[in-house]
Design a protein around this ligand. Structure first.
Ligand SMILES: C[S@@+](CC[C@H](N)C(=O)[O-])C[C@H]1O[C@@H](n2cnc3c(N)ncnc32)[C@H](O)[C@@H]1O
Length: 259
């Protein structure tokens, strides 16, 4: 399908530099490129070539990866490698309802929304209104804001303000084990949980709390990802390889539990 008015696309130059823009069938101001005639995009589709004042670009629709990489950042975002692992281990899919603790910059929110839309939703619990506002701007830019809502408060004690039970609960906060008693009733039986924490002692406290609460399939892992520099006759790990990001703890809720 050709590009529709209102959708977000990006222009990629021959060096891989990306410029994002919202499609408008009129004159559009594009940072560092000036004004371009957006109606030229009406006949183009994903991966087509586009010339602006003699410069060649490829126009792409962004996926979750490019949307995450191009967010306006304040707090550190969950990296795409960790977001991808969360989506798989929590089985996040179209139609799911997710409670997320910790808006941050909206990195994980973006990945979750991309997976659950257009039939599911994400409710984010966040302490700071300014962070939630940044995420609102970020998710509006991606066109996924219709599936997102947030509530301001402390996840350890707040009412999430929902009348449904979640399929998935994610917690990117320093002390997820303290929010568990408050949020557990909002996760459906069989639902999946992920806590993302930077330190091993936080992993221990989270795992202990989950085991004591009778959760099943409690497991913790770290993702190590190495990019490769590939040149003819010389292939080696990139010097820019991402080091430690965070630890992931996963678990699944049982319907009936001891205690
Ligand atoms: C590291 S950031 C989250 C980053 C986010 N996952 C992303 O990918 O952009 C942690 C967030 O959790 C919020 N937070 C920390 N403790 C909280 C609590 N008890 N209740 C609600 N939000 C909390 C912080 O204000 C911050 O926005």
């Amino acid at each position: 399908m050709t590009f529709q008015e209102g959708e977000t696309v990006y222009l990629e130059d021959s060096n891989g530099k990306r410029t994002f823009l919202k499609v408008m069938y009129g004159m559009v101001k594009v940072p560092s490129l000036g004004a371009i005639d957006g109606s030229r995009l009406r006949d183009l589709d994903d991966g087509d070539q586009f010339t602006v004042v003699g410069r060649e670009f490829t126009v792409f629709r962004p996926g979750a990866l490019e949307l995450m990489e191009s967010l306006d950042r304040g707090a550190q975002i969950i990296s795409p490698k960790d977001a991808a692992t969360i989506l798989m281990h929590c089985d996040v899919k179209c139609g799911d309802r997710v409670i997320e603790v910790g808006a941050g910059s909206g990195g994980l929110t973006t990945a979750l929304l991309h997976a659950v839309a257009p039939n599911g939703c994400v409710r984010t619990l966040e302490m700071r209104e300014d962070y939630a506002q940044r995420v609102l701007k970020n998710v509006s830019r991606t066109g996924l804001d219709a599936y997102w809502s947030y509530s301001i408060g402390d996840a350890r004690e707040m009412d999430p303000g929902i009348d449904w039970q979640a399929d998935v609960l994610t917690m990117d906060m320093p002390d997820p084990w303290l929010a568990l008693p408050n949020l557990d009733p909002h996760l459906r039986a069989g639902g999946r949980l992920c806590a993302y924490v930077p330190n091993m002692n936080q992993v221990e406290s989270t795992v202990v709390a989950l085991r004591e609460s009778g959760y099943a399939d409690v497991r913790a892992l770290e993702n190590i990802q190495r990019f490769l520099e590939v040149h003819p006759g010389g292939v080696r790990p990139s010097f820019d390889t991402l080091g430690h990001t965070g630890y992931l703890v996963f678990a699944r809720k049982r319907a009936s539990r001891k205690g």
